[in-house]
Design a protein around this ligand. Structure first.
Ligand code: CA
Length: 251
């Protein structure tokens, strides 16, 4: 009854959740179990500095990229760790990414691949990928990364024309948002059955939920989110990691 009036009652919560009264005394446990935690600066620093396994070379690449004009485009370190973990979990040997920027995600995954693993990276910027190449070389993985400097739709169509359909284990989409649907449809052809597709920025700073935001990129992301949710060709989950990461497994 107390709860119904908005007051917190440890005993009541404990009975309904299985948590002990001691665990629920602050109410923190309940809040954490019902909604993704808010990432304060202090908590984020703990995540990065105390419990992260981010390799030192990736931390340096992140530090160099961060202050750049579009530095906020690089994925968050915890997302890089998740992608590397997924690559290992899924036995990924062929990774394709659409949107490489300064190379963080490509390097995070490349470091998680077996000796014969290959990365195919798509971007249009010579300037950004020059930074990427420098770090790939230093990390000793440059020889396993094929960089395609061209509009990604052309590169993907080229790969399909070469007969690469169904040959990738993991495809990550993180480029210009208006082309997201075109990338997704091509990725579905290029990934093997059972393979994984990741789509980045699907929460788009929260603007996907703002009805007043009708920007082209926002609308393109909204359309793809709804399409993926209903897409019977894939298993699907949208994770509130970084700026939102949708994962799809081709059925
Ligand atoms: Ca991104």
């Amino acid at each position: 009854m107390e709860k119904a009036r908005g007051r917190y009652t440890p005993g009541l919560e404990a009975a309904s959740t299985g948590y002990s009264a001691a665990q629920t005394r602050t109410g923190a446990m309940i809040a954490m179990s019902s909604r993704t935690i808010t990432m304060s600066d202090r908590l984020h620093a703990y995540l990065l500095n105390t419990v992260s396994r981010e390799p030192e070379i990736l931390a340096r690449l992140r530090a160099e990229t961060g202050p750049m004009e579009f530095g906020a485009m690089q994925i968050s370190p915890e997302q890089g760790e998740l992608m590397a973990f997924l690559a290992r979990l899924h036995g990924v040997r062929r990774y394709l990414e659409i949107g490489t920027f300064t190379g963080y995600s490509a390097l995070a995954v490349a470091l998680a691949l077996p000796e014969d693993g290959r990365v195919t990276a798509c971007d249009v910027s010579e300037e950004w990928t020059a930074i990427a190449r420098r770090y790939w070389l230093e990390a000793g993985v440059a020889d396993r990364i094929d960089l395609h400097l061209a509009p990604a739709i052309e590169t993907l169509d080229g790969l399909l024309a070469e007969g690469r359909a169904g040959s990738y284990d993991f495809i990550f989409i993180d480029a210009d948002k208006p082309n997201y649907d075109g990338y997704y449809e091509r990725a579905l052809k290029l990934v093997r059955p059972g393979g994984l597709i990741g789509v980045d920025n699907v929460l788009w700073g929260g603007s996907v939920a703002d009805p007043d935001n009708v920007e082209e990129s926002t609308q393109a992301i909204r359309r793809l989110n709804v399409k993926m949710q209903a897409d019977a060709r894939v298993d699907y989950v949208l994770l509130p990691v970084g700026d939102g990461l949708a994962l799809a497994r081709r059925r």
